[in-house]
Design a protein around this ligand. Structure first.
Ligand code: URA
Length: 265
């Protein structure tokens, strides 16, 4: 850490508050406040100066005890197109096949979308994040837009809210079912789940009299599918997005780092 002016020619020096904001530890204002309160450490020593210059490549930066650094894990979001399998390998085309070969190593999808489902899919090398997002104990919300044919029971939203029992006896946790207009002759329903059972949306909709014709996941926890991300494209999560994700699932699983990159199909 360099506290005074000069910096002995180290080219990667950056203000501590700026770096911690970049790592998703909070807004700039929150980080400044947190640093002043002694929540940041540089090379093992508490640093209360938000303007202190640090070298993220060489200094060990901790925030609330957790090391913050670059280049340990990768985190991508993909707009999964229909027609590809959510798996690392398969004889059919997988979501990993949509990435350049050099980028695939170690990545796996967080959870599973059906072959005909589109939308937001997170891919990562971070098993801890994957576990946290999938754990039913965390209640991470997944939001879907379903194009539905047939006529739903008039009390379908209440049945969803009460915790539906599927035709095979599987009990579902309370979920949200909200009308979202109409597209291509299908009623659109916005469905928010806090768990991820096999074909869950399709089976829940079937249990109240409808048939899911199209399905798109539009949000996972605090992350929404960005309008500009075309089907088949992916991009790295930004530091701010990662910060939101890890704040939601609890800081005990916060990653040490992230890496940025951009991809097309
Ligand atoms: N529910 C489904 O039925 N399919 C999906 O792909 C995701 C949720």
């Amino acid at each position: 850490m360099i506290s005074g002016p000069g910096g002995k020619g180290r080219s990667t020096l950056i203000r501590l508050d700026k770096l911690l904001t970049h790592f998703g530890c909070g807004t700039r204002r929150q980080v400044i406040d947190a640093v002043r309160r002694g929540r940041a450490q540089v090379n093992g020593k508490v640093c209360c100066d938000p303007a202190a210059k640090v070298d993220p490549e060489q200094d060990e930066i901790r925030f609330d005890g957790t090391v913050q650094s670059y280049q340990k894990h990768r985190y991508l979001m993909m707009n999964k197109p229909a027609g590809v399998i959510t798996a690392v390998s398969d004889r059919r085309e997988t979501v990993l096949d949509l990435l350049p070969e050099s980028e695939r190593r170690g990545l796996f999808p967080v959870g599973r979308l059906d072959r005909d489902t589109e939308g937001l899919l997170i891919l990562t090398t971070d098993g801890q994040l994957c576990h946290a997002l999938m754990s039913p104990r965390r209640h991470v919300e997944k939001v879907y837009l379903a194009g539905v044919s047939g006529t739903l029971a008039p009390d379908a939203p209440e049945l969803f809210a009460a915790g539906l029992t599927l035709r095979d006896g599987t009990a579902c946790r309370p979920a949200l079912l909200e009308p979202a207009g109409e597209r291509d002759g299908l009623a659109l329903w916005r469905i928010t789940l806090r768990e991820g059972k096999y074909h869950q949306v399709k089976r829940m909709v079937a249990a109240v009299g409808g048939h899911v014709e199209t399905l798109r996941r539009v949000a996972v926890g605090p992350l929404e599918l960005p309008p500009g991300l075309e089907p088949g494209c992916s991009r790295a999560l930004t530091g701010e997005e990662l910060g939101r994700l890890f704040r939601q699932i609890g800081t005990e699983n916060a990653p040490d780092s992230h890496e940025t990159a951009r991809k097309g199909p």
